[in-house]
Write a protein that binds this ligand. Structure first.
Ligand code: ASP
Ligand code: MG
Length: 405
């Protein structure tokens, strides 16, 4: 008998028929004698709608209340999924994140899991139940509802697989696995049989949208091997695990396009020690994740000044602007320009460590498409560029064709 953790994303539970489809799959594993813990997301579109509703009330809603609101999405799905199993004559019980024993810190809307005490889960499994856990949520030690950041149901699943020492962890989604690029954008994209945590991490954090990046970090840290596969068919998916030797033979594993970033430029920032520290410390204190940072050389006569650009999650743009506005009196920069009309295009592969000329080939491909590069950043296994959002998909197709076509 195995203990299996299965996670079903928003589209996999997007309507009653899909939920019944999930129940049928779970029932099949149950009939083989396996114990199953199911983690579900909110039905597709629900979380976005809740956010929209909140923003109609006010532009910057209180984050504790945001969590109370957003947690309802997953709570709807767990109850419906339990009912769908009951309809098939399968014993099942639903648990909220808090009931499942998921304790987090108090950073509302992007809380970190501190520990999991899955006592109730074990009890219900022992009684012969399928246990359905609400993804994306937990509670603080003093009982406030928290959520784990967008896409956080993945984290719930991986963390539960680690805490329960599950034999198998399956992440069900609406694609057959991890592809060399999003097949909805690049028709020639191919499914990968396996991928390393680090490559997956880059692809996830770069917006390949397959999985939440924090969940992959967590899996790497705790050695949780998992499979990404489709809830719509029985095809084998992509196995995500520690890097193996032959993985470096492939130069580029995948291309991704992140449309969820925004760029902030501070114009004419005084070029002297401590200014950048002040800016990024303030952003950090507001729990805003900064991704790329580019500072130009000093310009202008008189006191040296420079332009400073950085990118943040689109969702944090208003908050970031507010933080920067608050520094205006103290730092005396010339102005602030913000745009969310950017895309981050990236190529990823552990093979980059042992092959050269990759950046040149990527930039040449973009030049041939008439795409201007606004910012560049690199790591050992990745090259990312910020480009005009309007040209994002065209650029992605061209780069995919150049390296993986
Ligand atoms: N419902 C949440 C979201 O849309 C969490 C998830 O789907 O994983 O971000
Ligand atoms: Mg998701």
């Amino acid at each position: 008998m195995s203990l299996i953790v299965q996670k079903y994303g928003g589209t996999s539970v997007g309507n009653p028929e899909r939920i019944r489809n999930v129940a049928a799959r779970v029932a099949k594993y149950r009939a083989q004698g396996d114990q199953v813990v199911v983690v579900v997301s909110a039905m597709s579109g629900v979380t976005d709608n809740l956010i929209k509703l909140a923003k109609e009330i006010m532009p910057l809603p209180n984050e504790r209340e945001m969590d109370v609101l957003l947690a309802t999405g997953e709570q709807t799905t767990i109850a419906l999924a339990a009912m769908a199993l009951h309809a098939l004559g399968v014993k099942a019980v639903s648990l909220t994140g808090a009931q499942a024993g998921i304790k987090t810190d108090g950073v509302h809307t992007k809380a970190k899991i501190q520990n999991i005490t899955p006592k109730k889960i074990h009890q219900h499994l022992k009684d012969g139940n399928v246990v359905i856990v609400a993804g994306f949520q937990g509670e603080t030690p003093d009982g406030h509802i928290t959520t784990l950041g967008r896409g956080g149901s993945d984290l719930t699943a991986i963390a539960l697989a680690a805490a329960l020492k599950a034999n198998l962890c399956q992440i069900y989604t609406d694609v057959d696995g991890v592809y060399t690029a999003d097949p909805r954008i690049v028709p020639g994209a191919r499914k990968l049989e396996e991928i390393s945590y680090d490559e997956m991490l880059e692809l996830a954090s770069l917006g390949a949208k397959v999985m939440q990046s924090r969940s992959v970090e967590f899996a790497k840290k705790f050695g949780v091997i998992f499979e990404v596969r489709s809830s719509l068919n029985d095809n084998p998916g992509t196995i995500v695990k520690e890097e193996t030797k032959n993985m470096e033979d492939v130069v580029i594993r995948g291309v991704s396009l992140d449309k969820n970033q925004a760029k902030v430029t501070l114009v004419a920032v005084p070029d002297k020690p401590g200014v950048a520290a002040r800016i990024f410390k303030s952003l950090g204190d507001a729990a805003i994740n900064v991704d790329m940072i580019v500072q130009n050389i000093s310009h202008g006569s008189g006191a040296p000044a420079t332009d400073l650009s950085f990118t943040v999650d689109k969702a944090d743009l208003l908050k970031a602007q507010k933080v920067i506005d608050g520094l205006k009196q103290e730092i005396h920069f010339g102005g602030i320009i913000a745009t969310d009309k950017i895309g981050k295009l990236s190529i990823v592969g552990v093979g980059m460590k042992s092959h050269s000329g990759i950046a040149g080939k990527m930039f040449e491909t973009l030049a041939n498409e008439g795409v201007n590069i606004e910012m560049i950043s690199t790591s050992e296994i990745k090259i990312s560029v910020i480009i005009d959002l309007a040209k994002g998909e065209q650029a992605m197709k061209a780069v995919h064709a150049a390296f993986l076509g």
